[in-house]
Design a protein around this ligand. Structure first.
Ligand code: 13P
Ligand code: SF4
Length: 314
């Protein structure tokens, strides 16, 4: 259990100079900067919008900006490019990927579809555009249960996150077929970590991400997407919280709730890919317009259909 956050060591003068460069370039390009809740604090602080995968997808779909500078991992920027084809979508850190998204290939998906032809395919947004294109509908951690419930089908092939899929199976009567993908960062959190943290802080609320193992979720007060965690904390009368997700979320939690206490349940909860973006990357990306994310049009249209179906679920 720890209360620290990864901070990049800089002097106040260095930080303000970098921020100025970011804002100058952003204005010149008429760009918006969007960041995921796991990004380092200095990146979240220059973003026009910070959110979870669902909010960022919605926002990019509605965005009128010519340029979207995405601070997160590749599938998120790809989702923005699918939903907002007229914008130039730039990923701030070229190699920032989601290893879970890479656990399913098109070949894997086709094999699983052939094995379960009667099942509707629900793909977590943590997937490539090609996997989205081969799915009936997408979901995020914020709406996975609602998405599954919105379908007429009683059998669901849920890819690629077995833990989110298992969580959904505990909230629905439908048969959920689980593909064996997982998030290596959330998988590090064990039930023993949670038990120990609860012993140390028995009055704290325990909130975890549904990418955590089932036995971890079973010990929590709630399993929520990252932005749902932010809202849970705001409306909770509790004053301390044990957080079972990537430590970047604590930046916002501390900022919005200075009177409350937050602890990451295990120090291993760091996603190396989410930590690849620094202010220097945001600046360089806007200067060079490198790392432009594009999706072949035939795949984009099919992937957009699965995303649009998700966005239509109320
Ligand atoms: P959220 O959509 O809940 O922010 O989660 C994204 C993610 O990658 C979790 O690891
Ligand atoms: Fe992917 Fe896990 Fe990192 Fe989220 S925390 S981006 S699921 S590796």
């Amino acid at each position: 259990m720890h209360s620290g956050l990864i901070n990049i060591p800089r002097t106040a003068a260095e930080l303000s100079q970098l921020r100025e460069q970011v804002f100058d370039l952003k204005n010149k390009l008429n760009a918006i900067i969007v960041a995921h809740n796991y990004q380092v604090g200095e990146v979240q602080d220059v973003a026009d919008f910070v959110g979870d995968s669902y909010e960022l997808a919605r926002l990019c779909g509605d965005a009128k900006a010519k340029t979207i500078v995405f601070c997160g991992v590749d599938f998120m920027a790809e989702t923005a490019a699918i939903l907002s084809p007229d914008a130039m979508v730039l990923l701030s850190a070229a190699t920032a990927c989601c290893p879970m998204a890479n656990m399913i290939t098109e070949k894997d998906l086709n094999e699983w579809k052939a094995k379960y032809p009667q099942a509707a395919v629900v793909s977590y947004v943590n997937t490539s555009a090609a996997i989205k294109a081969g799915s009936d509908i997408c979901c995020t951690s914020a709406n996975a249960v609602k998405v599954v419930e919105s379908l007429p089908d009683n059998e669901i092939l849920f890819v690629p996150d077995q833990n989110l899929g298992h969580f959904v199976s505990t909230q629905t009567k439908k048969r959920i077929i689980l593909y064996p993908g997982f998030c290596a960062t959330h998988a590090k959190l064990t039930a023993d970590d949670v038990k120990l943290a609860k012993q140390n802080l028995p009055d704290a609320k325990v909130i975890v991400h549904p990418e955590c193992r089932p036995e971890v979720i079973a010990l929590a007060d709630a399993a929520l997407s990252t932005s749902q965690m932010i809202r849970y904390v705001q409306s909770s009368p509790a004053d301390s919280f044990l957080i079972g997700t990537e430590e970047g979320l604590l930046h916002r939690l501390h900022k919005d709730n200075p009177e409350k206490k937050f602890f990451v349940i295990a120090s291993s909860l760091i996603c190396p890919n989410m930590k690849k973006t620094k202010l220097e990357n945001v600046i360089e990306t806007m200067q060079t317009k490198a790392n432009r994310i594009t999706v072949p049009e035939d795949i984009r249209i099919k992937a957009k259909r699965a995303l649009d179906r998700m966005l239509a679920v109320k």
